[in-house]
Design a protein around this ligand. Structure first.
Ligand code: GRF
Length: 207
């Protein structure tokens, strides 16, 4: 059984998609051991509680400096003995020690087709604003392993979503979630739980 921790900051619709797919058996051999939020008001925490999942709040604001927060965050992850950490809308600067200690065991969902509209500054609606401003006709979502480079780790799954001429950033954000994010993230967890993913020469391979 793959022990999964999910890190969130907001509404947690991606978390909900994972919970639903565990419950309906689409994701097999995985259990959500903990949901960690930096924001005590995140609705994602409510979703965890409603589903009997441990919920933890750990905010950088409660620590004197970033190093102290990072140490506490690592200790919290370690205490749940996780095989996989899923970043599902987690808007926090990650501890450098995470990349080494949990190498190829942390995945993130990003709401564009990486390498477009990603990297520093591209989060939330800004990603979709960027896609609309450039006038691309396809966008989508990407699940990737996390390394020290923002949105730069090995790409695991991608799914394209069409852009319509009258889209607003909000409408596009919703379509990317419905058509891509909520499908890809559970799929990625299921593939990892089934032992079907490896990283070779910096690239993720699905067997
Ligand atoms: C998603 O768009 C995700 O791609 C991004 O943050 C958003 C999280 O939404 N990184 P939710 O909290 O899962 O509803």
């Amino acid at each position: 059984m793959l022990r999964v921790g999910v890190c969130v900051s907001g509404g947690g619709t991606n978390l909900q998609a994972i919970i639903d797919r565990v419950q309906d058996g689409t994701i097999q051999n995985a259990s959500i051991e903990v949901v960690i939020s930096n924001n005590k008001n995140a609705y994602a925490l409510e979703r965890a509680k409603q589903n009997g999942i441990h919920a933890e709040v750990l905010s950088p604001r409660d620590f004197d400096n970033r190093e102290a927060f990072h140490e506490a965050f690592m200790n919290l992850l370690d205490s749940y003995e996780l095989d996989l950490v899923v970043l599902a809308g987690f808007l926090v600067i990650l501890p450098p020690q995470l990349f080494e200690k949990y190498e190829n065991r942390v995945i993130n969902i990003h709401p564009s087709l990486i390498p477009s509209f990603c990297g520093t500054g591209y989060y939330g609606l800004k990603v979709h604003e960027g896609a609309l401003a450039r006038g691309v006709k396809l966008t989508g979502a990407t699940v990737h392993f996390v390394n020290a480079e923002t949105d730069g780790g090995p790409i695991l799954l991608q799914k394209a979503v069409e852009i319509r001429h009258d889209d607003t950033p909000e409408i596009l954000q919703r379509r990317v979630m419905e058509e891509a994010e909520w499908v890809l993230l559970p799929q990625a967890i299921n593939l990892i739980a089934a032992g079907k993913v490896s990283v070779v020469d910096g690239k993720a391979i699905i067997h």
